[in-house]
Design a protein around this ligand. Structure first.
Ligand code: AMP
Length: 206
């Protein structure tokens, strides 16, 4: 099963992806983590993306698509993947569809964590003071949010048209969010899942 965990930066995708992978044995593919690992290793790729990431901009589609393809090939026996922070552009979403199709698979479900911008900004301020992650500084975070709204949010109609998007309340406690996500996955496994978007769409817009 292939799940895309969708949402703005700091919505809690990484936390939830880890909980799901533990429960289902899926593999988490987090492009942000892969890029940070490349930086930490001092590789050419890491050097190339460092400035872009610190500024809060998106690295090129080619780079992240190649990272994902590499992982799909390296984990052929995986029971499923949780895509976390990927795709972030329409080009990436189309590339993911094509990559999975070439492997006889598809995206089964896209789960959007709905969290409003004020909450995100508060969360990131706290994270910046505790962890000092460079791209959490207020200027970079503003750019990250803008990039999300401009380049990533268009994926919502893209996946809605495919009938794959389900929205959950990302403002709830971590455990409550996990329960909501688990309900979506269980319904998929049983084959009775109905995508659900209308409630949050009204509050936050598409
Ligand atoms: P994240 O940890 O997912 O918030 O990602 C941290 C940074 O890595 C982002 O702000 C981007 O600079 C870069 N990045 C991660 N995933 C992607 C992606 N799918 N497309 C482009 N850039 C990405």
């Amino acid at each position: 099963m292939n799940i895309v965990l969708f949402g703005p930066p700091a919505a809690g995708k990484g936390t939830q992806a880890k909980i799901i992978t533990k429960a289902h044995g899926f593999i988490q593919l987090a492009t942000g983590d892969m890029l940070r690992a490349a930086r930490a290793s001092g590789s050419d790729l890491g050097k190339k993306v460092a400035g872009i990431m610190d500024r809060g901009d998106l690295v090129s589609d080619e780079i992240v698509i190649a990272l994902i393809e590499e992982q799909l090939d390296a984990n052929k026996q995986a029971p499923g993947f949780i895509f976390d922070g990927f795709p972030r552009t329409i080009a990436q979403a189309k590339a993911l569809d094509a990559s999975l199709l070439a492997r006889g698979q598809h995206v089964d479900s896209v789960i959007r964590l709905c969290v409003d911008d004020n909450v995100l900004t508060g969360r990131v301020k706290k994270r910046f003071s505790e962890q000092g992650r460079k791209d959490d500084n207020p200027k970079s975070f503003k750019i990250r949010l803008e990039n999300y709204n401009k380049q990533t949010a268009p994926l919502l109609p893209f996946y809605t048209k495919q009938g794959k998007l389900t929205e959950v309340d990302g403002l709830a406690e971590i455990e409550t969010v996990s329960v909501s996500i688990k309900a979506v996955l269980d319904a998929h496994i049983k084959g009775g899942h109905k995508p659900r978007v209308s409630f949050w769409k009204k509050i936050f817009g598409a």
